[in-house]
Design a binder for this molecule. Structure first.
Ligand SMILES: [Fe+2]
Ligand SMILES: [Fe+2]
Length: 322
């Protein structure tokens, strides 16, 4: 999920109590709009992150966020898992473990739960992650577990302390850190590492995030070469970083991916949200065209992306001369 995405939804929901936020999140009334449920989620995230200053409220907010896993929406629940992974609050770890182990949860939700355990750097989850890395029938889950194991080991190794990394422009905790600045890789070399099927996925992701942090047109076009990868997981991450970078140079690539007939919903969903985040004019008719998409996660992403599009462009309207 992009930084823009989060910024959009973290405005305060009218000074609600934690319980009111929970009720909006879980749609207790039955008529909360999806965009408002996202807003409630990011407001609860803000409280869950404050575990040092206010541990009791942070624990409650984490519990309330967890209640949303009983919902149907794969899109909303994958975001719920993402949020629990980003808070640095370890109270969320057992909830994420439950979701990863629950084969009744949809693929994107379980994926994001495994990734969240990686983002938390949760050493206590290594055994579980190793198990699903070996035996899960879904490739996306096995690969996510592989990355999460890589990240947890990296975070708890000497390398995390000694490597020189570029300060991230983004607030997200990513599935892998960027490659270090110690070796001065050219964009072409990074592209080669990123697409090298023989290299460990963790290293390929490190090249991907290094390219993201470079972020110019050349780096973006190198990243776009990843859309030909055989792995849906890999391709969805490329679309995700495009939403963060916000460089319009990749709009046509994202549209092509969103319109692919045979592409995994996970990838098309992330392409739709990235387009909503980049929010240039050509994007509007494309997103509207997916409001009735055959895949629920793409349809709901189009709804949410259009909400973001309006937000990105409403600021402009406000400041436009009358
Ligand atoms: Fe993801
Ligand atoms: Fe996503």
């Amino acid at each position: 999920m992009s930084t823009n995405f989060e910024k959009h939804f973290e405005e305060n929901v009218d000074n609600c109590s934690l319980e009111e936020l929970r009720d909006i999140l879980v749609n207790k009334s039955g008529n909360s709009k999806l965009a408002n449920r996202f807003r409630a989620l990011f407001n609860l995230k803000g409280v869950a992150e404050e575990f040092e200053r206010n541990p009791e409220d942070a624990r409650l907010a984490t519990e309330y966020i967890n209640e949303c896993f009983a919902d149907e929406s794969e899109l909303l629940k994958h975001e719920v898992a993402y949020v629990l992974g980003q808070t640095k609050n370890m109270v969320g770890a057992p909830y994420l473990r439950n979701v990863l182990a629950d084969r009744n949860q949809q693929c994107m939700v379980r994926h994001e739960a495994a990734e969240g355990l990686g983002a938390l750097g949760d050493v206590d989850s290594l055994t579980l992650l190793e198990r699903f890395f070996k035996e899960d029938p879904l490739l996306e889950i096995r690969q996510t577990c592989e990355l999460a194991i890589g990240r947890i080991k990296w975070q708890n190794s000497g390398a995390a302390k000694t490597e020189k990394l570029q300060d991230s422009l983004y607030s997200s905790i990513d599935p892998a850190p960027p490659l270090t600045l110690d070796s001065d890789f050219k964009i072409e070399e990074l592209k080669k590492i990123m697409n090298d099927q023989d290299k460990p996925l963790f290293e390929r992701y490190r090249a991907m995030f290094r390219l993201r942090d470079i972020g110019n047109d050349e780096a973006c076009l190198a990243l776009a070469s990843g859309f030909d990868d055989p792995s849906a997981l890999f391709k969805h991450e490329i679309a995700y970083v495009f939403g963060q970078i916000g460089n319009p140079v990749v709009v046509s690539k994202l549209i092509e991916v969103l319109n692919r007939e045979q592409e995994a919903p996970m990838v098309r969903h992330e392409a739709a949200e990235a387009l909503g985040s980049i929010a240039v004019d050509d994007v509007l008719p494309i997103l509207k065209g997916h409001l009735n998409d055959k895949d629920d996660v793409v349809r709901e992403s189009a709804i949410v992306a259009l909400d973001m599009y309006e937000y990105e462009n409403s600021n402009e309207l406000e400041y436009a001369p009358a």
